[in-house]
Design a protein around this ligand. Structure first.
Ligand code: C2O
Ligand code: CU
Length: 472
């Protein structure tokens, strides 16, 4: 008996197949080890609870030419209020729905307990008109996040429901100023009001609803007045339903320090970043005597039709430039062996005719039928908490899809099979027509999480699924 076992081992030892056997078991552990310390796996509440009240309701705000625009808004403002807390603090939001529809609040990019994720039916009951729901969680990460409804989002977000959550570092770097720019576009009719037809055939066939009026913090003519010497942290967020922005800071001294909330491994020039719906970009802007003024910041997503976003004017007294090293020195794994890992799941993005809108956007051939069916659907993928996972995406369609994962960050490992080393994590990545990409990540929170296209019309018409993260 013993002899026979030895013989079998010996034979296996020389078999040719063994040499092409899967990578040794230690490899996923290496990927996991590389991740350890990249960002905290647990929240560390410091005992301070910061309370906010949010009310969603129809209202009117001034828009272009001071005309009044009928919107749906949080606390009567568009963008909604910027909630600012510090890392370690607990956020408690008492939310009341005064809309004519059900709604929820999703905290985009925030790693939080699944029950606070704001997905109707999946993580909570929808908040009915007149009802109140309390969201309470301690963010695990400092950074720029946002919140928006997860019910009929293509209508509710478009009507003006979004706000910003800034989680400052426990010790914020000493910028002269910390500014938030919410980029959006509006589809307005001749009377200057929001075109009330949502999820049109055109929007569904193309890249969602692209507006005719681009705004920053709801204004069309943004001027940033800076003083020579100032060093500004500018937090950009794209809340548009479909439009992608590529902000061009030209000759300004501008570096990207954070993407989707999290600091980079090292700062990179603020050039060419595709700020897709859902994405955030934190830019470190330094002004001095040689800074050009006035200076225009452009959106160059379309090289044929660039859009002027804002003007910078340098004026006033010279101030001393705050000198501190860039906060962008996070541990961001390279995961150079990540592409040798077996693929946990391949997602195929496509469309077909049919469904309630005439066109259905699909993931793996399946169109999401609404959050009320989510529990009955098989998850799009199953991952294990704390374990490195490689996900593969094939965009079989001729349109763009900014894919967003709830509850987890990932890193782009490859585009079109070519390894890339973006020095940052993301929660949303733009996948171009016919493009294939590989993502790597380590989920830190158990539960069933949404994954969907952040072109809200595509999501509404089916391009959503779930990722189940199971306990090890
Ligand atoms: Cu901002 Cu489900 O997304
Ligand atoms: Cu899409």
């Amino acid at each position: 008996m013993g002899l026979r076992a030895i013989v079998v081992v010996a034979v296996l030892g020389v078999c040719a197949a063994c040499r092409t056997a899967p990578a040794p078991a230690s490899e996923p552990d290496r990927l996991r080890d590389e991740f350890t310390g990249a960002y905290p796996e647990q929240a560390t509440p410091n005992g301070t609870v910061r309370e906010f009240e949010l009310v969603a309701a129809p209202t009117e705000v001034p828009l272009v030419d001071g005309k009044s625009l009928a919107v749906w808004a949080y606390n009567g403002q568009v963008p909604g209020p910027t909630l600012r807390i510090r890392l370690g603090e607990t956020l408690r939001v008492r939310f009341t729905n005064k809309l004519p529809q059900e709604t929820t609040i999703h905290w985009h990019g925030v790693r939080l307990p699944n029950a606070m994720d704001g997905v109707p039916y999946l993580t909570q009951a929808p908040v009915k008109p007149g009802e109140t729901f309390v969201y309470e969680f301690t963010p695990k990460d400092a950074g720029t996040f946002w919140f928006h409804p997860h019910v009929r989002a293509s209508e509710q977000v478009e009507r003006g429901l979004y706000g910003v959550l800034v989680v400052e570092d426990a010790q914020p770097p000493a910028y002269s100023r910390d500014l938030v720019w919410v980029l959006d576009d509006w589809l307005l009719d001749e009377s200057g009001q929001i075109v009330p037809e949502f999820n049109t055939r055109h929007d569904l066939m193309m890249d969602g609803r692209w507006g005719n009026t681009i705004t920053i913090n709801r204004h069309t003519d943004t001027v940033l007045h800076a003083r020579p010497g100032e060093r500004i942290r500018l937090r950009l967020l794209n809340t548009a339903n479909g439009r992608v922005f590529v902000p061009d800071f030209g000759d300004l001294t501008a570096t990207i320090i954070a993407v989707d909330g999290l600091y980079l491994r090292a700062p990179i020039p603020a050039r060419g970043f595709e700020l897709a719906p859902g994405n955030r970009l934190d830019v470190d802007l330094v002004f001095d005597h040689s800074s050009p003024t006035p200076f225009e910041i452009w959106d160059r997503f379309s090289s044929r039709r660039p859009n002027r976003l804002a003007t910078v004017e340098l004026d006033g007294e010279v101030v001393e430039t705050p000198r501190f090293p860039s906060p962008a020195h996070a541990k961001v794994p390279r995961w150079s062996e990540g592409l040798q890992e077996p693929i946990a799941h391949t997602f195929r993005l496509n469309a077909r005719s049919g469904g309630p809108f005439g066109i259905a956007w699909t993931i793996d051939g399946v169109a999401f039928e609404g959050h009320d069916h989510a529990m009955a659907m098989a998850p799009g993928a199953k991952l294990v908490r704390g374990k490195f996972a490689r996900l593969h995406f094939i965009n079989e369609s001729p349109r763009i899809h900014p894919i967003h994962t709830h509850g987890m960050f990932f890193r782009v490992l490859a585009r079109g099979g070519t390894p890339v080393d973006e020095p940052y994590f993301r929660d949303t990545v733009l996948i171009h027509p016919r493009e294939e990409i590989d993502l790597g990540g380590v989920p830190t929170d158990s539960g069933t999480w949404m994954m969907h296209c952040h072109i809200l019309e595509h999501a509404e018409a089916g391009m959503m699924t779930t990722i189940a993260v199971e306990d090890p």
